[in-house]
Design a protein around this ligand. Structure first.
Ligand code: ZN
Length: 67
């Protein structure tokens, strides 16, 4: 049971990350709050209605609410 849950989580993460990074119509990447660089979408939390983004320049990860 433990192994099964772990495998499922990995699959979900991989499905979300590469394909929807630039072509997500609803959730658009924002700018890094630290250095102002462009961020890319890292993950979306539908339960909390937040999105996690990573800065391409400084590597900062931050979370914002989905409007
Ligand atoms: Zn940055």
């Amino acid at each position: 049971m433990d192994v099964r849950l772990k495998a499922r989580r990995t699959t979900l993460t991989r499905a979300l990350t590469p394909a929807q990074t630039t072509e997500e119509p609803v959730v658009l990447p924002n700018w890094c709050p630290d250095c102002g660089g462009s961020g890319y979408l890292d993950s979306i939390n539908l339960v909390r209605e937040t999105k996690v983004q990573t800065c391409q320049h400084c590597g900062l990860r931050w979370e914002t609410r989905i409007d």
